[in-house]
Design a protein around this ligand. Structure first.
Ligand code: T4K
Length: 419
């Protein structure tokens, strides 16, 4: 049982404003399309694996499936050690603790809020730094933020695009800081021929249901440093270092056997998933070409990518704004996401704890206002992508009229007293 949908839909093309969902037309996708629809690749393999786990009566606590999953992840990422965890947020927290980070840690604000929470949760101040053209930490801005309280830097390989690892490594060497990477999006990606996994002291993957390789919930710390991996293993298991011996503070960060089975089946189909994601990306690239003010974020073909995010930038001078486009797509059943709006610095508790951060984050602010993620993965087919692109072209080209008409309808509703 293979999960890619058939390309048989004959989807209507919207050619007048009255056709649009926002003006009462029938949504293009009554069964909504999601960003992050899980890839459930082979149900019979998965169910057989789950049955084996149940029969073995070894359900969790570093069982054989988790160990096999760890071996496979380490192998693919070209690192010596992988410590599987219950999710990437906990894995980040554990890596941060194993690295003895304290005080302040520099991190981007343009990321999923978990990157910041993993620090703040442990009483460490996330110091938000602006991003470069690649939407990752800008090394030129990083150095300005280092204070005597700084103990580390956490780069985020956003959407699988890698950080400027070399510059960040040099900064960390110069200032005796620890470098970690939140690689939640970047499993299976490479930088200059080197797989993500071995950069910095450690990197953290996410295998959440919405990731292209999934364990339902899950994450992992990967590293070449054996001592660091041992610390993570101990912290993951309440701090136990022997049957009755606890050598430090720990937590329960374990992945269970059924999650690992899901991960192993997912890994067996990893190449097919990446091929599908890449084909989807190429289809989007073709379909979005030449839409004024809309740019698809390109993946470098000389690196390995997982292509799990389709990200577009809606330029300031586009005929339609990002937020209006977002609303429009939602009313057509296309649940595009404004990742990572509004930025961690504009979310609580950071907004209240560290007010004014936006003044130092001009590129972050721009990205938060302009980026939009579109559906991809195995639950979407070529015809649907073509329909999404055709719709995008139509609404952007008619953006000025659409915005004027929607303003008119809003003021009519307001005047009638319904608002
Ligand atoms: N660092 C970074 C840079 C991250 O992006 C993340 C997580 C983390 C750290 C932490 O990783 P974990 O602790 O989660 O392992 C989703 C994911 O839950 C989250 O893992 C991910 N990044 C983030 C970018 O996306 P939400 O809050 O946007 O998810 P939600 O529930 O809105 O789902 C997204 C879309 O997928 C929706 O349209 C619904 C659809 N969906 C979702 C699930 C779970 C399905 O169709 N089926 C499903 O089973 O965070």
């Amino acid at each position: 049982m293979y999960c890619q949908i058939e390309d048989t839909d004959n989807l209507p093309v919207k050619s007048s404003l009255d056709d649009l969902g926002i003006f009462g037309g029938v949504p293009l996708f009554p069964e909504r399309l999601h960003v992050g629809r899980p890839n459930v690749c082979n149900q019979s393999e998965l169910l057989a694996g789950i049955r084996d786990v149940l029969e073995s009566r070894w359900l969790t606590n570093n069982g054989p499936q988790v160990q096999e999953f760890e071996r496979r992840i380490a192998g693919i990422s070209g690192v010596r050690h992988c410590v599987a965890m219950c999710n990437a947020t906990t894995a980040l927290q554990i890596a941060i603790r194993a690295a003895n980070l304290t005080g302040e840690v520099i991190v981007p604000s343009f990321t999923f809020v978990a990157s910041a929470h993993a620090l703040q949760w442990q009483g460490i101040r996330p110091v938000f730094c602006d991003i470069d053209n690649n939407f990752c930490l800008d090394p030129e801005r990083v150095e300005e933020l280092i204070t005597p309280r700084t103990t580390g830097i956490i780069g985020v390989h956003l959407w699988g695009q890698t950080c400027n690892v070399e510059a960040l490594t040099a900064i960390c060497r110069r200032h005796h800081l620890t470098l970690l990477f939140d690689a939640a999006h970047a499993f299976g990606c490479s930088r200059d021929g080197v797989m993500v996994g071995g950069f910095g002291r450690a990197e953290v993957f996410s295998f959440h249901a919405t990731k292209f390789v999934s364990t339902f919930e899950g994450g992992a710390v990967v590293t070449d440093d054996g001592e660091f991996a041992d610390s993570c293993r101990a912290i993951r298991n309440f701090g136990f270092s022997g049957e009755d011996e606890v050598s430090g503070l720990g937590i329960n960060g374990k992945m269970n056997e059924i999650e690992a089975v899901m991960g192993l089946v997912s890994l067996d189909h990893m190449d097919e998933i990446i091929t599908t994601n890449r084909n989807n990306y190429l289809e989007y690239r073709k379909g979005l070409d030449g839409i004024p003010g809309v740019t698809l974020i390109k993946y470098e073909e000389n690196n390995r990518n997982n292509y799990q995010y389709i990200v577009i930038e809606i330029e300031e001078d586009a005929r339609i704004g990002r937020d209006m486009l977002h609303t429009l797509l939602q009313t057509e059943g296309i649940l595009a996401r404004r990742y990572f709006y509004p930025g961690c610095h504009r979310m609580e508790p950071y907004r209240s704890l560290y007010p004014g951060a936006e003044q130092h984050l001009p590129r972050t602010e721009r990205a938060c206002a302009q980026m939009l993620c579109l559906p991809t993965g195995m639950a979407i087919g070529r015809e649907q992508i073509r329909a999404i692109c055709a719709l995008l072209r139509f609404v952007v080209e008619n953006g000025t009229e659409i915005q004027a008409r929607s303003k008119r309808s809003l003021s009519t509703v307001a005047a009638s007293g319904s608002l």
